[in-house]
Design a protein around this ligand. Structure first.
Ligand code: XUL
Ligand code: CO
Length: 442
């Protein structure tokens, strides 16, 4: 992939990041991610489908509730919003092509600053859509998904699609229409809905049933519009249990799947699972992945990690090889992502202030996933991992167990079997053995 810069080079002194292998001393090289290497029948690039998140990497400025920005970019200088946005897009494509990654993701307001003028916002986004088209064509970078930010503007403080005020909901509709138009014009592979403020802070002022019905109606309305415009991609819901609202309607994978089933949305929607959202919901990331895989609904993932010592969405870059090997086992056995890929919904820390830190953050996450893919593939091919799990259920493979699975046994039959066969043996689940097996292959 060629490196694409605008008139100005923003990440000076950093060239294209290349695969140099595990032995390299170069911190600005891939040690495990070898894009064209074939693993389990597909290249690493095809398996992992890495995407850079526009909001964290090019909009986030290191500010936190206690302090002012620390990441001071020189693509934010110009007074005119469209000119400023083009500089930012130059920086984005320079960064993505220097990392040699295939995809990016954005919210509408990441690409260009919005005001409260609906028509002007549409024009701004259209101008940047045209600019992005050129950048995509020159670089071969593609849009993994687009989305609308329906949570930052103060009009959305009580929700967007679930707002008690229809007037606010209409603004959300206008915004989603423009974001869908941009996604479609750019050949976006998917479109995401993350719940944002679609939830409640207090039941004292909330009609939960009505709000959930409005959310379903909104998703149908958006989906029908996109399909009418010829959009063939997948819609994703990204579960998250809380933050910013006390209780979000897209709490976790199981909740979202049953919501989609109840409102007849299963055909068009899949899940975009985010690591730290899973842990905020009191689950492991692998639990959320498995729930999605079992329902045939693993669409995509937002990669990051939380912090074991606190309970909020810290969006750190992933770096835990054990966790990612366990995740890759599920993703590989589940047949991969349906439409999506691995989007780094992660930010470097407030005090990581060098432009180079943005590269280190991504290189670390990319390499950890690539290594996890290799390890998981070896475990599936060479170890007893699958066999041990299969054998654990062997009593259902034949005889009465198999008959039971098919619905052929009554409660009386179970009683008879229990008496005829006496007390069951104590059978180990061998958890520590399996944990050691994972470590052995790492
Ligand atoms: C928020 C979050 C969002 C979504 C897209 O926690 O993950 O950035 O990924 O709206
Ligand atoms: Co996310």
């Amino acid at each position: 992939m060629p490196v694409i810069t605008g008139d100005k080079e923003f990440f000076k002194g950093i060239g294209q990041i290349k695969y140099e292998g595990p032995q390299t001393d170069n911190p600005l090289a891939y040690r495990w991610y070898d894009a064209n290497k074939t693993v389990a029948g597909r290249t690493m690039k095809e398996h992992l489908r890495f995407a850079v998140a526009y909001w964290h990497s090019f909009c986030g400025n290191g500010a936190d509730p206690f302090g002012e920005p620390t990441h001071l970019y020189d693509w934010n200088d110009k007074a005119d919003a469209v000119a400023r946005a083009k500089d930012k897009m130059d920086a984005a494509f320079e960064f993505i092509t220097k990392l040699d990654l295939p995809f990016y993701c954005f919210h509408d307001v990441d690409v260009v600053d919005y005001t409260n003028d609906v028509s002007d916002n549409e024009k701004r986004l259209q101008a940047l859509t045209e600019y992005a088209k050129q950048k995509q064509a020159a670089s071969q970078v593609q849009l993994l998904w687009g989305t609308a930010n329906l949570f930052s503007n103060r009009r959305y403080m009580n929700g967007a699609a679930t707002n008690p005020d229809f007037h606010v909901l209409a603004h959300a509709g206008a915004q989603v229409k423009a974001a869908l138009d941009a996604t479609i014009a750019l050949g976006g592979h998917n479109y995401v809905f993350w719940g944002g403020r679609e939830g409640y802070m207090s039941l004292l002022n909330t009609n939960m049933k009505r709000e959930q019905e409005h959310l379903a109606r909104f998703l149908h309305t958006a989906k029908d519009y996109a399909r009418k415009q010829g959009f063939k991609g997948v819609f994703f819901i990204e579960p998250k249990p809380c933050e910013p609202t006390k209780h979000q309607y897209d709490y976790d994978s199981a909740t979202v799947i049953s919501f989609l089933r109840q409102y007849d949305l299963l055909k068009d929607f899949k899940l975009n699972i985010e690591v730290n959202h899973a842990t905020l919901a009191g689950h492991t990331f692998t639990h959320e992945l498995q729930v999605a895989v079992d329902a045939g609904m693993l669409g995509s993932m937002d990669a990051n990690r939380g912090d074991y010592q606190n309970g909020w969405d810290t969006d750190q870059f992933p770096n835990n090889i054990n966790e990612l090997v366990e995740a890759m086992l599920i993703i590989l056995e589940g047949g991969g992502f349906q439409g999506g890929g691995i989007n780094f919904d992660a930010k470097r820390r407030r005090n990581s202030t060098d432009a180079e830190d943005l590269f280190h953050a991504h290189i670390g996450g990319i390499d950890t996933f690539a290594r996890a893919l290799l390890v998981a593939d070896t475990i599936l091919k060479q170890s007893e991992y699958k066999k041990i799990r299969a054998e654990r259920y062997a009593s259902f493979d034949s005889g009465k167990g198999a008959a039971y699975e098919k619905g052929g046994l009554s409660l009386e039959d179970l009683r008879e079997y229990a008496i005829a066969n006496g007390e069951p043996k104590v059978i180990s689940g061998r958890q520590e053995y399996l944990e050691n097996l994972i470590n052995r292959y790492i």
